[in-house]
Design a protein around this ligand. Structure first.
Ligand SMILES: [Zn+2]
Ligand SMILES: [Zn+2]
Length: 380
């Protein structure tokens, strides 16, 4: 008799599986069929697009950066808005989602612990992890989200999730359809297609953003930075940065990089609806980048013949940069402490501030030299 040694696959989760299959099939077949036989108008298309934005931004700015990472604090009106949008997005409760996500960061790529480990393959990290009962989250009572349990909006959504998800997901498209006149068309676009598209766009953060792109901050995990994925995911495509500095309310650092989730949070701050936006100190970011570049260039050079002298020069440039950054960080800390003290005279504080600015200019100058040196070496 032949023994079956392959491990038994966990049981199927019928509820999510049915939601994905039914919404996916309707979007693939019923939506194009209806478009050809009846057509959709601008109102219906707008309802779908606005719905996708509402769902995605509630997940990225709400479920992800606000609740999972506590990257900022938000007024209850904002939290209510994201809770409704997240329920409309049908991605489980805030508590469940955040609990899984915190484990993802803690045990990223660990196939036995990360709920959506990218090392188990693209399909698994995209949707497969939800379709079977893998049961990788040991926090049965959401012990890793004690802070979120104090939020009444989070708990209300968690307790009444099923009736909320059904009433919002049927209610909004039905009301829109009754107002519009074409109920079936509105249900198909604002209901089903909106759900399927917003699902897959968000799922790309766990799958594509762990496969495709660059790793300017760390190669200790599979996360990637990719501006194209950022376009699809409201800025979450700068995922390598995010895995290095998960508490930062920004995923993209530069103003020209596409991160509408960051822009929204910043706008909420300007109108007084968000506060305590967390930004990673510049020195931490620069050191992480420099370490990664040193590692890459060293490994490139070590494959070449007689490159010891260049590697030594590389390390000298690197040490100089790190010293400059550390000096800047040290005086910046002094200045920040002094600002809090009432004992310091205004002109002393001003002098300290000038010193910080000079040291910052020094380190940025050395950063330029460092980057130029790396580029020259890589081209040679
Ligand atoms: Zn990730
Ligand atoms: Zn995250």
């Amino acid at each position: 008799m032949k023994l079956n040694t392959s491990p038994q696959k966990p049981a199927l989760n019928w509820l999510p599986l049915s939601v994905f299959v039914i919404s996916g099939l309707l979007t693939l077949f019923a939506v194009p069929y209806y478009a050809l036989t009846h057509g959709f108008d601008g109102w219906q298309i707008a309802a779908m697009i606005i719905g996708i934005i509402f769902c995605e931004i509630s997940i990225t700015a709400g479920y992800h950066r606000l609740w999972s990472h506590r990257a900022y604090e938000a007024h209850w009106l904002v939290r209510l808005f994201f809770a409704i949008g997240g329920t409309y997005a049908v991605q489980n409760t805030i508590l469940h989602w955040s609990s899984d996500h915190r484990i993802h960061h803690r045990h990223v790529d660990n196939n036995d612990k990360d709920p959506y480990s990218a090392k188990r393959g693209f399909w698994y990290s995209h949707m497969g992890w939800m379709i079977r009962d893998y049961d990788l989250n040991p926090n049965k009572e959401f012990e890793n989200c004690k802070d979120l349990k104090k939020d009444p909006i989070v708990m209300f959504q968690h307790k009444h999730y099923l009736p909320l998800v059904l009433s919002i997901n049927f209610g909004i498209p039905i009301l829109l359809g009754l107002w519009h006149g074409d109920l079936i068309g509105m249900m198909l676009l604002a209901g089903v297609a909106r759900l399927t598209i917003s699902h897959h766009l968000t799922f790309f953060i766990n799958s594509l953003a762990h496969v495709w792109g660059s790793q300017p901050y760390s190669d200790k995990n599979t996360s990637r930075d990719n501006p194209l994925i950022a376009l699809l995911t409201f800025g979450e495509g700068y995922h390598n940065y995010h895995h290095s500095f998960q508490r930062d309310y920004r995923n993209a650092l530069r103003w020209w990089q596409y991160d509408p989730t960051k822009w929204l949070i910043r706008s909420l701050y300007f109108v007084g609806l968000a506060k305590n936006l967390y930004r990673t100190p510049l020195e931490y970011i620069e050191i992480e980048r420099a370490q990664m570049l040193l590692k890459n260039t060293t490994s490139k050079l070590s494959r070449r013949f007689q490159s010891e002298a260049l590697i030594q020069r590389l390390h000298e440039e690197y040490d100089m940069l790190i010293n400059n950054i550390n000096e800047f960080a040290r005086v910046k800390r002094q200045w920040m402490e002094a600002r809090k003290s009432s004992m310091i005279e205004a002109y002393d504080l001003e002098a300290l501030n000038e010193k910080v600015e000079t040291l910052k200019a020094n380190f940025l100058e050395q950063k330029k030299n460092w980057l130029n040196f790396n580029a020259r070496v890589a081209m040679a």
